[in-house]
Design a protein around this ligand. Structure first.
Ligand code: PGA
Length: 254
């Protein structure tokens, strides 16, 4: 089990799912059924739900709201985009950045993600920074190197105050939405690698305090053994975050 020094986090990434009414019902069901827990629970719905989700969870000490993206610029003529300041104004505390779907479908580069990370931090949002390799990269044995580059390029020019606010989510792309999870050993190996990188750059205290989440087909049936790994501090949950019973069963896996 991960050390008590670090926060255990279970974050739900709803992706592009749930109408306004469906989202309101899902938040309500999670609020009503969440047991008293030390786990920090973060709901990351589409933008349209942020304000209501925050309003409904505001008085719950362990339940937070996050967005799934924000723009790197402060404001202006960027039709269809949402700034970090606008996300923050809904009451959200977190923002997922660098998800593999945004890297793949919207050509987000490590450099751009680094800019978004800074915009988020400048507006008081904590980034949930995603990294992870494609199957062919793992098969070529280059997964550690690739994740190392993603982490270094997007995060390692932050100062010590800001890096402490970042949550890292390791999500092997081949495990997202595919029903294939990384084995607990594969997750542990990469999480350990990431923590060592943070240690080398920022020192032991920062590395030991950083929550590193695993994402990719986490379900109630497999959460326990993944979360039992010493460097796995929680999960970023996609598909299974859309049903309150599944999501809460994952929270209960700690
Ligand atoms: P999944 O998605 O749990 O549906 O695999 C995880 C994610 O993409 O964050």
């Amino acid at each position: 089990m991960a050390t008590a020094k670090r926060k255990h986090i279970v974050a739900g990434n709803w992706k592009m799912n749930k109408s306004y009414d469906e989202g309101r019902d899902l938040v309500k069901s999670i609020v009503e059924n969440l047991q008293n827990t030390d786990v920090m629970v973060i709901l990351c719905p589409p933008f349209i739900h942020l304000y209501n989700a925050h309003a409904k969870t505001n008085d719950m000490a362990n339940l937070f709201i996050g967005a799934q993206n924000c723009h790197q610029e402060v404001s202006g003529a960027y039709t269809g985009e949402v700034s970090a300041e606008m996300v923050k104004s809904t009451g959200a505390s977190f923002v997922i950045l660098g998800h593999s779907e945004r890297r793949a479908y919207y050509n987000e580069t490590d450099e751009l993600i680094g800019q978004k990370v800074k915009a988020a931090l400048a507006n008081g949002l904590q980034p949930i920074f995603c990294c992870g390799e494609l199957l062919e990269v793992r098969e070529a044995g280059k997964h550690e190197k690739l994740v190392e580059e993603q982490v270094k390029k997007a995060l390692f020019d932050l100062d010590e105050v800001d890096i402490k606010k970042v949550v890292i989510a390791y999500e092997p792309v081949w495990a997202i939405g595919t029903g294939k999870t990384a084995s607990p050993e594969q997750a542990q190996e990469m999480h350990h690698h990431i923590r060592q990188l943070v240690d080398k750059k920022y020192g032991k205290a920062v590395a030991e305090g950083m929550s590193i989440l695993y994402g990719g087909s986490v379900k109630p049936a497999n959460a326990k053994e993944i979360f039992a790994q010493p460097d796995v501090d929680g999960g970023l949950i996609g598909g299974a975050s859309l049903k309150s019973a599944d999501f809460l069963a994952i929270v209960d896996s700690f």
